[in-house]
Design a protein. Structure first.
Length: 364
């Protein structure tokens, strides 16, 4: 009995001690919690103050770099880039012929904080981009397919198409030779409006040659036999082509002239110049004769279509062969004195349907 009573006293003392310990720990925890809350509140207040100061002094912006070099700042990256893209696609000159602008170095952006007293410079950045850009213009060339010469330029495809179709409708002689070529260049050409282009390019189709106007020249040889020479005419007919001078020199015998050297009236034009002088094709065409031809000596004949031919006679050398296509201005022979000739010169003839016409009506 005494033993149990002692045990109960000890047990009661332990319970009191345990209770005192629990209350002490709780006080410590509460103290620690209050300190933590105080620290967190102070931290939040400090953070808020710092953020407020930063927001007051700085602004979020983008640092802009071109080819690795910083060129400025922008607050609106999207707006600046949109402006640059529009410039690349359309240019900024308000010219409908701008095809695009080539810009090799596009800007790069890096987010940063910038003091509010520092001004962003979008306009200067855009100006730097423009200074580096190369503008390409789109236009349309009307090209002569036979010579590949760009005859003139128009602003748009609709005008080019109108010119080509109108030439065909008007039966222009060169209608099938005028083609359209789209061009991209850094320099803007001088444009011709469609009506002026049609007028400038139109070539009247050749009219039938009135051979009836030609005269037949005859002469008698010493033996009394009658020899008929080539038919010739002083009339000026539409050849349907434009001619250039094959050589430059002195005219020594005109068309229709009669002299002791020949037995009939002259069917061509003699132009004296140094032996070996290059002879140019008066117009584009196909070589139909190249070789020796009696009193003509070394002769070259070029057919230009519509039964129009040019003869180049007394040559020292012939550079083009039968069947060869030659272009206007191309060297086809060299001046000489072969055949019935008293000195180096070019005997030039222009024939239509075999009739010789005066070259001075078209040249010299």
């Amino acid at each position: 009995m005494q033993k149990n009573k002692k045990y109960n006293i000890i047990k009661k003392e332990k319970y009191v001690n345990t209770k005192e310990i629990d209350i002490g720990m709780l006080k410590k925890i509460m103290l620690h919690t209050r300190r933590s809350i105080k620290f967190i509140v102070l931290f939040l207040i400090a953070t808020f103050l710092i953020v407020g100061i930063i927001a007051f002094l700085y602004k979020p912006t983008y640092s802009v770099f071109i080819n690795g070099e910083q060129v400025g700042y922008t607050e609106n990256k999207s707006a600046l880039q949109k402006k640059i893209n529009n410039y690349i696609e359309n240019g900024d000159e308000g010219n409908q012929n701008v095809a695009f602008v080539q810009v090799d170095d596009l800007p790069e952006y890096k987010l940063c904080l910038l003091k509010k007293n520092i001004v962003t410079n979008d306009d200067q950045i855009f100006s730097d981009i423009k200074n580096e850009g190369v503008t390409y213009y789109r236009y349309y060339a009307l090209v002569d397919s036979t010579s590949q010469e760009e005859k003139m330029y128009v602003a748009n495809f609709e005008d080019a198409e109108k010119v080509v179709n109108s030439l065909k409708e008007k039966n222009s002689q060169n209608a099938n030779n005028i083609t359209i070529s789209e061009k991209y260049e850094t320099e803007l050409k001088d444009f011709t409006n469609s009506d002026d282009a049609i007028a400038a390019l139109y070539v009247e189709p050749p009219k039938p040659v009135e051979v009836a106007k030609a005269t037949t020249v005859t002469s008698r040889s010493s033996s009394g036999r009658v020899n008929t020479s080539s038919t010739r005419s002083n009339a000026k007919v539409n050849l349907g082509i434009s001619l250039i001078k094959p050589v430059s020199g002195v005219i020594t015998s005109k068309f229709g002239a009669v002299s002791g050297v020949r037995s009939s009236a002259h069917t061509g034009l003699d132009i004296a110049t140094a032996s070996g002088t290059p002879i140019k094709a008066a117009a584009s065409g196909t070589v139909t004769f190249s070789g020796r031809k009696g009193s003509y000596g070394n002769m070259l004949v070029i057919s230009h279509g519509n039964n129009v031919q040019t003869y180049y006679c007394h040559c020292s050398k012939l550079y083009a062969s039968v069947g060869q296509t030659v272009t206007q201005g191309e060297t086809v022979a060299a001046v000489g004195s072969t055949g019935n000739s008293t000195g180096p010169h070019l005997h030039l003839e222009i024939r239509v349907n075999g009739v010789a016409y005066n070259p001075q009506n078209y040249l010299y």
